[in-house]
Design a protein around this ligand. Sequence first.
Ligand code: VGL
Ligand code: ZN
Length: 198
Amino acid sequence: MHALLVIDVQTDFCPGGALAVADGDAIVPGINALMEGFDAVILTQDWHPAGHSSFASSHPGKGPFETYEAPYGTQVLWPDHCVQGTTGAAFHPGLRTDADLIIRKGFRPAIDSYSAFFENDHETPTGLEGYLRTRGIDKLTLVGLATDFCVNFSAVDAAKLGFDVEVRLDLCRAIDMEGSLAAALDGMRGAGCRLTGA
Ligand code: VGL
Ligand code: ZN
């Protein structure tokens, strides 16, 4: 069984949003069309409470794209984004949302979650692995935003968990801060993910 995993195609990650990814909205029509061919379609939604610890605004004296030492390791600080219930947290209005499952992540105030499988401590599970296994899904195709953060962490975790992973690079877009895209591509390849569509 083969699932399509659509990562964080939300208003705040698209042009005009709080953490806009260049051209982030360009992938929406292609993702919608791709949904037809899968046994299951799963969407993820970055879903932070106001004042989340990954927001620079929660760390006096720090600005967006700086880092801080969280108990679980170095964490990048972001502009406030994808605050629960806001327009920015909503899916891009053009995205098909007739999915089997929507999984929310990043809702614990003290910990960020880039991956759809584990939070940034690499041990708190989101529950997605259990959902996939109990549905007999062993193969995943990933698309969405952003290539170098949430897509990357999700793809690497999926491969480590033993899923067969394809990342459709033509249906992803990157933030690309300080070489993060090149590092992510290397990391995904190293973990055994198939990178296609480039
Ligand atoms: C993401 C930074 C912060 C992403 C989410 O979806 O890639 N990046 N939160
Ligand atoms: Zn976030």
